[in-house]
Design a protein around this ligand. Sequence first.
Ligand code: 3HC
Length: 308
Amino acid sequence: DEAELLAGFEATIGHNDRIEPRDWMPEGYRKTLIRQIAQHAHSEIIGMQPEGTWVTRAPSLRRKAILLAKVQDEAGHGLYLYSACETLGVSRDELTRRLIDGSQKYSSIFNYPALSYVDVGTIGWLVDGAAICNQVPLCRTSYGPYGRSMIRICKEESFHQRQGFELLATMMRGTDEQRAMVQESVNRFWWPALMMFGPPDDDSPNSAQSMAWGIKRNTNDELRQRMVDMTVPQADALGVTLPDPSITWNDERGSYDFGAPDWEEFWDVVQGNGPCNKQRIDHRKKAYDDGVWVREAAMAFAAKGTEQ
Ligand code: 3HC
């Protein structure tokens, strides 16, 4: 009966074992996973847009090849995550509809524009850097398909972060103008990158339950702190200044103290009023509508195959 099933589920979670698609699970656990995995997948797909615009404008063949590889990786990350989400009983078509009609979100960071080629480096360094801080613990998330999808995503994300840092380091060894471009880009992306980790813990309605279910292994603030601690030394190595004068090493805590993001801006962007929210969804909707013929042709071909 239900009580025994729940006891079994809680014992599995308690032993840090994995819940698999065919296992019984509380409806709330399924619903939270569909919400989080879908938004994660949507983030990967929408995240292709800001950098996609720079593929044709990359300054060299080498930079173009690297950027192409990264954008293609993001599409693959979306694929793994939509597939993990489908094991919970929701179709990718339904998830795409929820993204386009706005009933499901994607990461706030992609509602900021990539205004200059140097943003490709900053996005790699800071946005993929933040994604790594958030995704490494998710390799141990309690839902099997989600955790397993993270293994390859994290490996590819390290390449994304490394190429971004190397791009910025190259520009920092360039002209004063290039150094100024890097600093201007970092000024625009630093705070939005910290907002990727979600609201402060005491303003995070889902965290407690997600931690209890082993979906989240760390809180939003813990991972944000990890990002700051990882990034400050890298900024020093690059020679850029992070736009937060209150960053100081706190010997007692063994971490950096830092300022608070503008949470009003965060909620504004999450609620759909960021610089690029409309443009991102319109672009996704156009791609979906323009792709009807491809889906119809694939279905017709598949149907023909079954007739033979
Ligand atoms: N952008 C948009 N919405 C956000 C957000 C963000 N950065 N942070 C929080 N929210 C939303 C949550 O979805 C939730 O709203 P909902 O209940 O309507 O879904 C609300 O704000 C409250 O936040 P909570 O902290 O209570 O929500 P969660 O427990 O879901 O925590 C999270 C938010 C930390 C983002 C968590 O969902 C998570 O870890 N998601 C998976 C990781 C992810 O999505 N990463 C995207 C990074 S981009 C990326 O990976 C691409 C890279 O390759 C470049």
